[in-house]
Ligand binder design. Structure first.
Ligand code: SF4
Length: 242
């Protein structure tokens, strides 16, 4: 059993984070990025976690027959060396294994991929805008490498991108759709930026839904699924699209 996994939190039940599974989410501590829309800044530092892996595993023992999947999320879960062992320990106990990754660490991701039953991979931005979106320069090529690792890996996947008009303009979104279509991606999931809990006041002020004509243009290139941002209480949903 890996004793050193740093766990920042545990979501004990979800039907949203692992397609087709009743799952829990283990949130691992540590992420090298500083995305402007990050809703979990407390998970970014590489510091000791709130829970130990042995405690999590013992809790999972009692969930056999109630949950059928375990998703590791972040932070960036590939930043922890103990992830391989933890995935194997979940599989030994009969749980399907899932991962949410930013794609910033393509080499560890390639090592971990064969241990997974499903992966949700972000494609945050093309290389020329990766620094603006993630707060880190020179990570854009890593995202493309991670994309190619996942597409070649034979593991069921979801490729998703967070949309904000000030970070990913119209032309960029169309070019991203073309890049994914050229790589044979079957469906692209667009998650609208959510204002709730975002620490960047400028992003919040400039937030807007994905325009329907842009959705139609991207949809003419490859199938696109949109996860709409929750509408704040008291606000109008007008302009929200589909
Ligand atoms: S990859 Fe996720 S955890 Fe890391 S900074 Fe970006 S949004 Fe936050």
């Amino acid at each position: 059993m890996h004793e050193t996994l740093r766990i920042g939190g545990l979501t004990r039940f979800t039907t949203q984070d692992f397609p087709g599974r009743l799952a829990c989410v283990v949130h691992l501590q540590g992420c090298p990025l500083a995305c402007r829309y990050c809703h979990a800044p407390h998970l970014r530092p590489k510091k000791p976690g709130q829970l130990t892996w042995p405690d999590c595993l013992s809790w999972l023992e009692g969930r056999r027959g109630l949950l059928d999947g375990v998703v590791f999320s972040g932070g960036e879960p590939c930043s922890q060396e103990g992830l391989d062992a933890a995935l194997a320990e979940c599989a030994e106990r009969g749980f399907a294994t899932g991962l949410h990754s930013s794609g910033v660490l393509p080499d560890p991701l390639a090592r971990i991929l064969p241990l997974l039953d499903w992966i949700g991979l972000d494609w945050k931005a093309p290389p020329e805008l990766a620094g603006l979106v993630t707060g880190r320069a020179r990570v854009g090529q890593r995202f493309l490498l991670a994309l190619d690792v996942v597409l070649a890996g034979g593991v069921p996947y979801e490729i998703r991108t967070t949309y904000h008009p000030s970070l990913l303009p119209w032309r960029t979104m169309v070019e991203m759709a073309e890049t994914l279509a050229a790589r044979g991606v079957a469906e692209w999931v667009i998650q609208e930026f959510s204002c709730a809990g975002c620490p960047d006041a400028r992003l919040v002020a400039e937030a807007a839904p994905l325009p329907d004509p842009l959705l139609a243009e991207m949809g003419s290139i490859l199938p696109v699924k949109v996860r709409r941002a929750p509408v704040p209480a008291g606000a109008s949903a007008a302009g929200g699209g589909v």
